[in-house]
Write a protein that binds this ligand. Structure first.
Ligand code: CP3
Length: 364
C-alpha cells in the first residue's frame, strides 16, 4: 500500500493524452461524481459506514473508487479518488459532518473574521492531517492495475471559504458574500490560507500516485465577473502555478471546473491549466472560439438529460461529441456531477453513446 515507486503500467492513457493536446483515437470520458450516490453498491456501503469513515479508510475509499470502473467495465477512461472537497476545512481544524439526505453540515461555521484565529490551525501539515487520502490514492493506484488513470482533486479556495462561512449548502451565499464585501482584507487572508493547503494537498496527491488533478470551483458562478476576478481567479492561478513549480510543468495535467463562471472562460484558459471543464451553459462552438485550442475542453451535458429517457440521452450526447469534435483537445463529461437518483442504465447509455459517436467522428 505504501509503495509509490512501482505502480502497474498504464493501459489506457487517452485522458492524459487528450489533456496534453495530443491526438486520441476517440474522445475519452469520465463523469464528475461517478463514484457514489446513484450506485446501489455505494448505497449498500453507506448503510454500513459513515461518509467520512469511508473517506478515511483507504480500503473502503479504494473499494468505492473502483465501483464505477468495475460496473462500467471498459467504458470509463478515468477514475477519481473517493473523498470530498470538505476534507480541507477539516484539516484546517473545522468539524464537518455529512448528514444523510441533506449534505454537509458545519456545527460551528466561521461567523466573523476573529473566528479564524480561534478555529483554524496556524499551520496545517497535510502529511499529518490528510495522509489518509494519500494512502487511499496509493492503494487505489495499485488496485486499478493500470486500467485507467487516477484523478486527484481539491475544492477551490472561494468554494471552500463559502462552505466554511455558510456552514453548509446555501441558496444565496449571503454570509460568505457579506465577508467579501464587508471584510475584503480578512477574506483574502482566509483565501490565501486555504490556497496554501490546496497546493500542499495537490502536491501530496501526485506524490502518492494521482495522475491528473482537478480543482472544483463549484460556487464560482455565485460571483459576478468583477468579484470572480478578485476572489477566485487569482487563487486558481496561484494553485496551478505553485503545483507546477514544485512538480515540474509537465508532471501531471491539471483541470479547472468553475461552475457557472461562463464569463471567465477566456481567462481560465490562460492561467496554466491544460483542461477547462465546462457546465452546460456553453455551446461547443462558442467555447472553442473563446479558447482557440489553448486548452482541452471537458464536459458538458446537462446531468438532468440522464432523466430524459434513451432518445434524449442519445441525442444530447451525440450533439455534444459532434460539437466538440472527438479526437483533439476534448474530454467528454457531464456539465456537473451526476445526480443521486439517476438510473444506472442511463449512465451506461451515456457512456456507450460517447464511445460510439466518438469512434464515428474519428473515422470521418
Ligand atoms: O465520484 C467522485 O467524483 C469522487 C468523490 C467526490 C465526492 N464529492 C463524493 C461525495 C467528489 C469529487 C466530490 C466533490 C465535491 N463535494 C464537490 C465538488 C463537485 C460538485 O459537485 O460541485 C462539492 C461541492 C462537494 C461538497 C458536498 N459533498 C456536497 C454538497 C455533498 C452533499 C450533496 C451530495 O452531492 O450528495 C457532498 C456529499 C458527497 N460527496 C457524497 C459523495 C458520494 C454523498 C454523501 C453521502 O453518501 O451521504
Amino acid at each position: 500500500m505504501t509503495d509509490t515507486t512501482s505502480f502497474p503500467p498504464l493501459k489506457n492513457d487517452l485522458i492524459i493524452r487528450a489533456a496534453r493536446g495530443e491526438k486520441t483515437e476517440r474522445a475519452p470520458v469520465w463523469v464528475m461524481r461517478q463514484a457514489g450516490r446513484y450506485l446501489p453498491e455505494f448505497r449498500a456501503e453507506r448503510v454500513e459506514n459513515d461518509f467520512f469513515k469511508i473517506c478515511r479508510t483507504p480500503e473502503l475509499a479504494t473499494k468505492v473508487t473502483l465501483q464505477p470502473i468495475d460496473r462500467y467495465d471498459g467504458l470509463l477512461d478515468a477514475s477519481i479518488i473517493f473523498s470530498d472537497i470538505l476534507v480541507i476545512p477539516q484539516a484546517m481544524g473545522m468539524t464537518v459532518e455529512m448528514v444523510p439526505g441533506k449534505g454537509p453540515h458545519f456545527p460551528t461555521p466561521l461567523v466573523v473574521p476573529a473566528d479564524m484565529a480561534v478555529q483554524l490551525k496556524e499551520k496545517v501539515d497535510v502529511n499529518q492531517e490528510l495522509q489518509y487520502v494519500f494512502d487511499a490514492i496509493t492503494m487505489t493506484r495499485h488496485a486499478l492495475n493500470g486500467r485507467v488513470p487516477l484523478i486527484g482533486f481539491v475544492g477551490a479556495p472561494w468554494t471552500l471559504m463559502a462552505y466554511m462561512i455558510e456552514g453548509g449548502g446555501s441558496k444565496t451565499l449571503s454570509k460568505a458574500k457579506e465577508w467579501i464585501f464587508k471584510h475584503p482584507k480578512e477574506s483574502h487572508e482566509l483565501l490565501s490560507r486555504i490556497t496554501d493547503v490546496c497546493v500542499d494537498f495537490l502536491i501530496g496527491q501526485v506524490l502518492a500516485g494521482a495522475q491528473m488533478l482537478q480543482v472544483f470551483e463549484s460556487w464560482g458562478g455565485e460571483l459576478g465577473p468583477h468579484d470572480f476576478e478578485h476572489f477566485s481567479l487569482p487563487y486558481l492561478a496561484q494553485i496551478v502555478k505553485r503545483v507546477k513549480l514544485e512538480l515540474g510543468e509537465k508532471a501531471v495535467p491539471m483541470a479547472i471546473f468553475a461552475k457557472g463562471s461562463w464569463y471567465a472562460l477566456e481567462k481560465l484558459s490562460l492561467i496554466g491549466y491544460e483542461t477547462v471543464s465546462l457546465d452546460w451553459t456553453h455551446t461547443p462552438e462558442s467555447a472553442k472560439a473563446i479558447t482557440q485550442g489553448r486548452v482541452t475542453l471537458q464536459g458538458n451535458m446537462d446531468p438532468n438529460v440522464l432523466y430524459g429517457g434513451d432518445e434524449a440521452i442519445v441525442a444530447a450526447a451525440t450533439r455534444m461529441v459532434r460539437g466538440f469534435g472527438s479526437t483533439r483537445r476534448y474530454i467528454a463529461n457531464l456539465g456537473h456531477g451526476i445526480l443521486p437518483t439517476v438510473p444506472v442504465e442511463a449512465m451506461e447509455l451515456f457512456l456507450k453513446t460517447v464511445h460510439r459517436v466518438g469512434l464515428e467522428v474519428a473515422a470521418e
